[in-house]
Design a protein around this ligand. Structure first.
Ligand code: GLN
Length: 190
């Protein structure tokens, strides 16, 4: 079984390493092409710059194949910019995949210099949460479960096979528990 990391821009290597560390049954592969996408059972859309990522996905003709796989039930996890790309609504912008029933506001936690680490509960696990120019989730739809909050605002959500975090678990290289959570989503899909 393989989990892909969309490898056009952003924190790709960190995600690949953490997925590889979870267990031997799951491989981690960078995804840049339609053929590579076809080899994976789940996909991580990493943090980076959502405007750049959407442009590159368009340029690499990945929008439709990725969207079709997600609609067909492939587990997907968007971190930070990835969350923005999955959201139904982006304040002041056209949405991209629009498959996750939340609204987001880009850069709502401040600039790069305002990056911070918080601690909190994620689906029953106490973890560190790294925020880097993170989007804020400003509305959560009825079918969406909130897995983590920061100061009363949702920062991790799940809608069936779609997981999204406004923070960066891959920036905590010694803690693979959120990656393990996503691996479980992919394994239980089979
Ligand atoms: N600020 C970025 C955006 O709006 C997201 C930042 C990140 O992924 N770390 O796309």
């Amino acid at each position: 079984m393989n989990i892909g990391v969309l490898a056009l821009q952003g924190s790709v290597a960190e995600h690949l390493k953490l997925i590889t560390s979870v267990n031997k049954k799951i491989g981690a592969v960078p995804v840049r092409t339609i053929d590579e996408l076809a080899t994976v059972d789940g996909l991580i859309i990493p943090g980076g710059e959502s405007t750049t990522l959407r442009k590159l996905m368009d340029d690499f003709n990945l929008y439709t194949p990725i969207r079709e796989r997600i609609v067909a039930g492939m587990p997907v996890w968007g971190t930070c910019a990835g969350l923005i790309l999955l959201a139904d609504r982006i304040e002041g912008e056209r949405p991209y995949f629009a498959l996750l029933d939340v609204d987001v506001k880009r850069n709502a936690y401040g600039r790069q210099a305002d990056s911070f680490v918080a601690e909190g509960d994620f689906a029953g696990m106490y973890i560190n949460m790294v925020f880097i120019r993170a989007p804020m989730i400003t509305r959560v739809g009825g079918g969406v479960d909130v897995l983590a909050e920061h100061n009363g605002t949702p920062v991790a959500v799940r809608q069936g096979h779609i997981l999204a975090t406004s923070f960066h678990p891959e920036m905590c290289p010694r803690d693979s528990r959120v990656h393990k959570y996503f691996c479980n989503m992919v394994e239980s899909k089979e």
